[in-house]
Design a protein around this ligand. Structure first.
Ligand SMILES: [Ca+2]
Ligand SMILES: [Ca+2]
Ligand SMILES: [Ca+2]
Length: 178
């Protein structure tokens, strides 16, 4: 699969993932529902600060996207608009641009699985992460690829970079549900 084809396919998957009610458009409510699903999968009570961080980060990501698309709050996003926003982010800031948009969500995910509270994700915590998003990828192999400095722990920066590389078609480790 070429990088371009991989990019398009991954955007399609992410769009389908976010479109939780399956009406072919993404609304704010879709992202709220997806965040609740992940929080539930972590077994985290919805009112805990860690859960609240993710529950706020997902709709925040939505607000950012609609702002980029020049839409008013309350409007929904078609697949074409979604692709356009992703392209703009990729072109203007490289792969990292798209993942920067995802950063608060990634931060919140780290906090949700960070059992020992060191602000990073070790191998065991990473398995918890993959379990929550329902991923069946090889956890140890993915961990090695994301842990670019070889410290044995994944920092928020490493995870943000990995999501960017995934969407650029340079890494085969989906970390946010797709
Ligand atoms: Ca929808
Ligand atoms: Ca940790
Ligand atoms: Ca590391």
């Amino acid at each position: 699969m070429s990088n371009k084809t991989a990019q398009a396919e991954r955007l399609r998957q992410r769009f389908a993932l976010y479109d939780t009610d399956g009406d072919g458009r993404i609304e704010r409510g879709d992202l709220e529902a997806e965040a609740r699903r992940i929080v539930e999968a972590f077994g985290e009570p919805e009112n805990s600060p860690k859960a609240q961080a993710l529950l706020q980060a997902y709709p925040h990501m939505w607000d950012y996207m609609t702002q980029q698309a020049g839409l008013d709050a309350g409007q929904s996003l078609t697949f074409e608009q979604f692709v356009e926003i992703a392209d703009t982010q990729m072109l203007s800031q490289g792969a990292i641009g798209f993942s920067t948009m995802l950063r608060p969500s990634i931060r919140a995910m780290v906090d949700l699985c960070d059992v020992d509270g060191d602000g990073e994700v070790d191998q065991q915590e990473f398995r918890k992460w993959l379990g929550a998003i329902g991923s069946d990828i090889d956890a140890d192999e993915a961990f090695r690829k994301v842990d670019t400095d070889g410290s044995g722990r994944l920092s928020v920066d490493e995870l943000v970079a990995a999501v960017g590389k995934y969407h650029a078609g340079e890494l085969d480790a989906p970390l946010l549900g797709v």
